[in-house]
Ligand binder design. Sequence first.
Ligand code: FAD
Length: 400
Amino acid sequence: MENFKTFDLYNPTSEHLMLRQMIRSFTQEQVEPQASLYDRKEEFNLPLFKKLGELGLLGITADPEFGGSGMDALSAVIVHEELSWSDPGFCLAYLAHSMLLVNNFSINASTEQKQKWLPKMCDGSWVGAMAMSEPQVGTDVLGMKTNATLTPEGYQLNGQKMWITNGTQDEKGTPADVMLVYAITGETKGRPQISTFLVEKGRPGYRVGQKIKDKSGMRASNTAEIVFDNCVVPETHLIGHLGDSLNHMMRNLEIERLTLAAMSLGIAKRSLQIMNRYASEREAFGKPLKEFGQIQKYIADSYAEYAACRTYVYDTARKLDLNKQGQRVDSDGVKLIATTMAKKVADNAIQVLGGYGYVGEYHVERLWRDSKLLEIGGGTLEAHHKNITRDLSKNPQFLD
Ligand SMILES: Cc1cc2nc3c(=O)[nH]c(=O)nc-3n(C[C@H](O)[C@H](O)[C@H](O)COP(=O)(O)OP(=O)(O)OC[C@H]3O[C@@H](n4cnc5c(N)ncnc54)[C@H](O)[C@@H]3O)c2cc1C
């Protein structure tokens, strides 16, 4: 019998282990010292983000021929988990760029398009975003109103997008350097036909409507409303074929949901470390908190739920093929279970720390605020319920 007991699910190869060591020291040395400050200021740390380009992380899964690192889904999970241990808000900006934009573009764009644009997306010259949601439409994506019409000058985009991470780069409303925009381009068999366009900063008619302020969490990432007002892009800015983009969207949502679940692991691990240490150091009624059964329940439940989710996330990552579609049952599954786990574990940590947990110094209140977004962004819990049930009823063999 082969010796499978030495298999490390979390670092299956030496490359994965080296990646984890590299991103862990970067996080401790450069991300952690600024995390609380940028949360308080509600600002995005652009210079720090650009350093991720120097490390080859902005194009982690992208085509190596054009500046990407060509790594797999599990590598992306490692980076999101490690960054979110410290700063989930900063990590969300990273996710929007590297997963929603770069991974999507690298898989669906033509060779000419990749030659022209991918290197700038990977090396940190550009900060990018992906715009799917709208003021009136989130879960119900086929109801989107943003449209693109072919004119003699190219495709003319009109509409509004909402909640776009990295949509603005700063407080002055400088738009993302590059954005993938989903728009309606007609109808096929009575269903809206969705296509993707690449829009760069400086195109007339492309602007930031507003930076969304006063978010509960994820404050270290910028979120914006974006307006397209007769914005014309050349025909060469159509990504893939006309009407292909429901497929692009569905395929990319798989890695998006997996990496959002990975962020949950980072949040939970940090919260556990903090509550575990505190319960040993703090005393009440003459003994350490860890001696009290109710405190033990917070710590033990948190650990077991975190460990179970971590196994599910990494097992899904191991199997996820970035070029294929059809792995939604588990990409939705991991996001469904891990995001709520992270929120609960951060909440447990606040409870174990008492009053100290409720203030910024001990980090867990920030992690708790950040964790809530993971139950909404990239698909709500309710959307996962719908998808998983639909997939299991269509493919009962998933349960074999
Ligand atoms: C900080 C932040 C960053 C974001 N970043 C991006 C980004 O970069 N790009 C982007 O395109 N979008 C982004 N989003 C948008 C996000 O993906 C949407 O908020 C999310 O998909 C939910 O859409 P909605 O907010 O319109 O809610 P709705 O879709 O209006 O849902 C409201 C409620 O109704 C429920 N609901 C809706 N339909 C059903 C149904 N069929 N059955 C049961 N319940 C249902 C939902 O689950 C939810 O509870 C971001 C959002 C936030 C808050």
